[in-house]
Design a protein around this ligand. Structure first.
Ligand code: MN
Length: 191
């Protein structure tokens, strides 16, 4: 099996000013593509060649895990956005947010703090546990919640390559803008 870079559901300039065309050209066109190319170069002749991306993430270690998880994480991240994004979650998803955090504002605050305080490179995640409760976790480097049996709902990439061209060292400004482009219809369906 050979993996491919998924198409973006919007134009490269569609998320500006939150995320610029230049950032997407590098982050999607170069970094995400490189993880795909790397994995396709690593798996021939290994048991991972016949596995789905999720199966590889759950069972691999080292470079194969890192590249597989980074493909999955970036596809998940990029598909969470829309130029018509922003607003607030609705329906049963909003009810679950209120049960787990008290309010959407509190989720936003706790998630933003987790993303801002993650040391080094990694991802902030909103995940659903087996009992239906929502939880915020931090993952270093390529970590992925599927490995712990958690259902990923939303993620923010806080590797410097995700924001440095637009925000330089100002990671909190990138996190603030992140909320303006979230497609809650897509994210709510994951719940
Ligand atoms: Mn990234």
């Amino acid at each position: 099996m050979s993996f491919e870079l998924p198409q973006l559901p919007y134009a490269l300039d569609a998320l500006a000013p939150a995320i610029s065309k230049k950032t997407l050209e590098f982050h999607y066109g170069k970094h995400h593509q490189a993880y795909v190319n790397n994995l396709n170069g690593l798996i021939p002749g290994t048991p991972y060649e016949q596995m789905s991306l999720e199966e590889i993430i759950k069972s691999a270690e080292g470079g194969i895990f890192n590249n597989a998880a980074q493909i999955w994480n970036h596809s998940f991240y990029f598909s969470s956005f829309s130029p018509q994004g922003g607003g607030e979650p609705e329906g049963l998803f909003l009810t679950a947010i209120q049960q787990s955090f008290g309010s959407y504002a509190e989720l936003k605050d706790q998630f933003s703090k987790a993303a801002a305080s993650l040391f080094g490179s990694g991802w902030a995640w909103l995940v659903r546990k087996n009992n239906g409760a929502l939880k915020i976790i931090q993952g270093s480097n390529a970590e992925n919640p599927l490995r712990e049996g958690l259902v990923p709902i939303l993620t923010c990439d806080v590797w410097e390559h995700a924001y440095y061209l637009d925000y330089q060292n100002r990671r909190p400004d990138y996190i603030k803008a992140f909320w303006d482009i979230i497609d809650w219809k897509v994210v709510g369906k994951r719940f």
